[in-house]
Design a binder for this molecule. Structure first.
Ligand code: SF4
Ligand code: SF4
Length: 409
């Protein structure tokens, strides 16, 4: 048994929340008449939020109708960030929900660096409040945290204390989905300084699903990232009363790939959501909502606390089709292979917005935040990262191509 198999075995032994272990009911829910069917306490915050909530990472300035539709169907938690669509996302939410502030929860985020000062962070918050047309946000996140130093910045904590005292934010959080995710989450939770975490979490991180692949094909199909510490961290958050919101729940969201295989009213997206919501340590999920029918489809999973029998084949098929091109959130196993320190997982996350989500604008802004980090790949002849991904992601081909794609003028 090699180290990988040993780790996988350890994961299977310690993680009880796998799909295989989750209860499956017989019938998929119907899609007609979609609306929010469950409101869930968000940790100790006192907020009760829609279990399937609105992610606004792709929301354009003229898409307020989507926000209003979501509100009309019962969604009460709207997640945005200063960087989403260059601030247009916040602007759209602010306009669409004007006059409804007392019935919704609004969040925003800023990318606070280790050296940022509290005054500049406060200026970022105040700009978000203006765009959102509100005096306060319910949760303000340090965005896409990938370095503990960003959580150790005393200026961030002084900003949080002051903003809370001034009534501009009610709760503070961290969001994370790439390298050093577990380390950052552990630090945030142990420090007692976060009220909510927003974390990438999907069925591709399920050891139980992985095991079923192995059983079915009798060989080591390494399609699924093993992340045995993530369930531990989510359980810790639950025990501490920290709210847990899941994102990136669709493992790349290549929804059209799956349409030919959807049966019995269950869609791939609903199956993926049911997997996440069946974890009792997850309070709710957010998902980018980009169309009216899509909102109806997504809300078909609201109220679920268990998978249905149609879900597993869909999730397995999706993993088989996309596993070799998907960079797993929070993995980071390849990072040491790059002598030039390219944040491979962050670069591939930016690529995902362009290639999987069809949003090159978002991909470009996310990549710009990384400081064009994959530019060394253009001159890297040896390419030691070539076989560094145990999941088969062709890193060296993708990083250089991503840099060209997202910096092309
Ligand atoms: S490329 Fe592979 S090894 Fe590297 S972070 Fe992504 S999934 Fe992990
Ligand atoms: S191609 Fe070279 S510089 Fe780029 S990630 Fe791989 S090893 Fe690092």
């Amino acid at each position: 048994m090699n180290r990988r198999e040993l780790l996988q075995l350890g994961a299977l032994g310690t993680v009880g929340a796998s799909l295989g272990a989750r209860r499956a009911s017989a019938q998929p829910p119907q899609r007609a008449g979609a609306h929010v069917r469950r409101y869930t306490p968000l940790g100790r915050t006192g907020m009760k939020i829609s279990d399937v909530s609105f992610g606004a990472s792709m929301l354009g300035a003229n898409q307020g109708d989507l926000v209003r539709q979501a509100f009309d169907l019962g969604i009460n938690y709207f997640d945005s960030a200063e960087s989403y669509v260059g601030g247009a996302s916040e602007t759209a939410i602010g306009a669409a929900l004007s006059g409804k502030r007392d019935r919704v929860y609004l969040t925003s985020k800023t990318w606070a660096r280790p050296t940022d000062r509290r005054d500049s962070i406060m200026a970022a918050l105040e700009a978000s409040l203006r765009r959102l047309r509100t005096d306060y946000v319910d949760v303000y996140f340090n965005h896409a945290v990938n370095d503990v130093a960003r959580l150790q910045n005393q200026e961030w904590h002084e900003f949080v204390a002051r903003a809370k005292q001034q009534g501009k934010i009610r709760f503070a959080g961290m969001s994370g989905h790439a390298g050093r995710l577990i380390e950052c989450l552990d630090h945030a939770l142990d420090s007692g300084r976060v009220d909510v975490i927003l974390v990438a979490y999907n069925f591709g991180q399920d050891p139980g699903l992985y095991q079923r692949f192995k059983d079915q094909f009798s060989r080591n199909l390494d399609l699924i990232a093993q992340q045995p510490d993530l369930p531990r961290v989510l359980a810790k958050a639950k025990a501490k009363g920290v709210g847990v919101v899941a994102m990136k729940t669709l493992m790349g969201a290549r929804l059209n790939d799956m349409r030919p295989f959807e049966r019995g009213g269950a869609t791939f997206a609903q199956a993926a959501f049911r997997w996440v919501l069946s974890d009792k340590n997850v309070d709710a999920l957010i998902v980018s909502m980009t169309g009216r029918e899509q909102i109806d489809e997504y809300l078909g999973a609201s109220g679920s606390r268990a998978a249905v029998s149609e879900d597993l084949p869909l999730l397995r098929r999706y993993a088989a089709m996309n596993g070799a091109a998907y960079c797993r959130p929070g993995c980071g196993e390849c990072l040491a292979a790059c002598p030039l320190g390219v944040p491979i997982d962050e670069v591939l996350r930016a690529r995902m917005y362009a290639v999987d989500y069809g949003r090159p604008d978002i991909a470009r802004s996310e990549y710009a935040l990384l400081g064009d980090a994959a530019s060394p790949c253009l001159r890297c002849a040896a390419r030691p990262c070539q076989a560094a991904c145990p999941h088969g992601v062709p890193i060296d081909r993708l990083t250089a191509a991503t840099h060209r794609l997202l910096t092309r003028v």
